[in-house]
Design a protein around this ligand. Structure first.
Ligand SMILES: [Zn+2]
Length: 216
C-alpha cells in the first residue's frame, strides 16, 4: 500500500513527500507567485479565536524549527489542555530509524506520562502538517477533541486529503479538524529540509530544480 511505499527506508525521511519541483505545497496548488489560494482560507471556527489558535500553532512551528536544526523532517505539534500547552512532539523518524515516531505519537507519549488518557478528550492538537492516516487514527482512538493543522498532506493525510479518518464511519466518535494555520510557514520549513537533505545526499536524487521558492 502506498502508505508504506512512501517510506524511504526505515527512517522514512521521504514520508511527507514534498515535491519541490512543482506546485505550492504538499498538495497540488496553483503555485502562482503572490496569489492566495483557497488553502489559506481559514474556517470561521478558527477565525473566531484566531489569535489564540495562532499562538499555539506558533509554538508548534517553533518546535518544528528545532527539528529542522536537528536534521529531522520539520513536523511538530503541541497538545493544549485547558488553555495550556501540556505536551510537545517533533518528528523523530530519521534519528530513530523508526517510521512510527511521528510528532503526534511523541506528544501523546509525553502527555500520557503525566496525565490520564481520558484527558485527551478535553485536549486539542496543533500540528504543522495534517496528521497522516496512522496518526489520525490514533488521535481518534484517544478521542482528541479537535485538530488544527498548518499545511495539508496530499500523499498521506488522514484528515481529509487522502482519507477522512477524523470523521468517517468508525467505532469511535470523530473529531473536527481545521487546516491552514501558518500553512506557508509549515511548507517553507519542509522545503528548507528537503533542500538541505538533497545537498547532503551522497547521490542527490534527480528531482528537478530544488531551489527554494520563497512564495508559497
Ligand atoms: Zn503521522
Amino acid at each position: 500500500m502506498d502508505f508504506l511505499q512512501g517510506l524511504s527506508g526505515p527512517g522514512g525521511s521521504d514520508f511527507f513527500s514534498l515535491d519541490l519541483s512543482d506546485s505550492d505545497d504538499m498538495a497540488s496548488g496553483n503555485g502562482k507567485a503572490g496569489t492566495t489560494s483557497d488553502k489559506d482560507k481559514l474556517h470561521p471556527e478558527v477565525v473566531k479565536n484566531l489569535e489564540l489558535h495562532q499562538g499555539f500553532m506558533r509554538q508548534a512551528i517553533d518546535v518544528a524549527e528545532e527539528a529542522l536544526k536537528g536534521g529531522e523532517t520539520p513536523v511538530a505539534c503541541v497538545l493544549v489542555h485547558e488553555g495550556k500547552v501540556v505536551a510537545r512532539g517533533m518528528n523523530d523518524t530519521n534519528r530513530s530509524l523508526n517510521g512510527t515516531r511521528h510528532a503526534e505519537f511523541l506528544a501523546i507519549t509525553q502527555f500520557l506520562s503525566k496525565m490520564p488518557a481520558s484527558k485527551l478528550k478535553e485536549t486539542d492538537l496543533y500540528v504543522t502538517v495534517e496528521p497522516c492516516i496512522m496518526c489520525a487514527s490514533a488521535l481518534r482512538q484517544y478521542g482528541i477533541r479537535c485538530v488544527y493543522f498548518g499545511c495539508g498532506n496530499d500523499r498521506f493525510g488522514g484528515n481529509g486529503s487522502v482519507l477522512p479518518v477524523h470523521y468517517d464511519k468508525g467505532l469511535e466518535e470523530g473529531y473536527p479538524s481545521y487546516g491552514g494555520l501558518f500553512r506557508k510557514e509549515a511548507i517553507m520549513l519542509l522545503r528548507r529540509f528537503y533542500i538541505q537533505e538533497n545537498e547532503n545526499a551522497p547521490n542527490p536524487r534527480a528531482k528537478g530544480n530544488r531551489e527554494l521558492k520563497p512564495v508559497v
